[in-house]
Design a protein around this ligand. Structure first.
Ligand code: COA
Length: 168
């Protein structure tokens, strides 16, 4: 295992660093007030930052609504990608969703975003539908992915094996 992400709840002081990664990661970006509203006004929302050597290099967020959860965003600073850090953040989001009682988790991802789709498939997500022209910047379709029965034995075993492979 390479670097270990130190993952903590996102605080409003973290937003400038998060926006720095956001602008390097997405063609349409969330404004600063979207993050601050999520942190202050959305009780269903849970956002996290991941640090390496004290520096924020990753973030991610979920909404949890009873048994349903939704990954709203996940990103890693470009020069830190491909080292297992996005995977560590995804595991954290899954753990948080399950701890908060979720049994199902969903997300939207750009049709051309093969890297993210591969990561999600590794963690048991499958394609459930396509939202046509979901992304307004280039009319790209969104693939809706979903993983289910998170708290069932099968998924727990899968997660345990993936966690062991990642963390050794
Ligand atoms: C998607 C993202 C978070 C992945 O983070 P990462 O730290 O680069 O990924 P990891 O190193 O943890 O890799 C985990 C898995 O992702 C997939 N993956 C990562 N890099 C990949 C690449 N270059 N090519 C193909 N698959 C890749 C693989 O499934 C990999 O597992 P493996 O190592 O067993 O093959 C990151 O690439 C990112 O921030 N992208 C821009 C923002 C974004 O697209 N977010 C998702 C929005 S839905």
């Amino acid at each position: 295992m390479g670097e270990r992400l130190t993952i903590e709840p996102m605080r409003s002081d973290d937003i400038p660093a998060v926006l720095g990664i956001e602008t390097l990661s997405f063609t349409t970006t969330w404004p600063a007030n979207a993050f601050s509203n999520e942190l202050s006004a959305n009780k269903l929302a849970h956002y996290y930052v991941g640090r390496v050597d004290e520096k924020i290099v990753a973030y991610g967020g979920i909404w949890v609504i009873l048994e349903d959860s939704h990954i709203t965003t996940i990103a890693v600073q470009p020069e830190f990608r491909g080292r297992g850090l996005g995977e560590q953040m995804l595991i954290h989001l899954l753990d948080e969703a399950m701890t908060r009682g979720a049994s199902w988790i969903t997300l939207e991802v750009r049709e051309t975003n093969d890297v993210a789709q591969r990561l999600y498939r590794k963690y048991g997500f499958t394609n459930v539908s396509v939202r046509r022209a979901y992304y307004s910047d280039n009319n790209e379709n969104a693939v809706v992915m979903w993983a289910g029965n998170l708290r069932g034995q099968l998924y727990r075993n899968r997660l345990r094996a993936l966690r062991a492979a990642l963390y050794g």
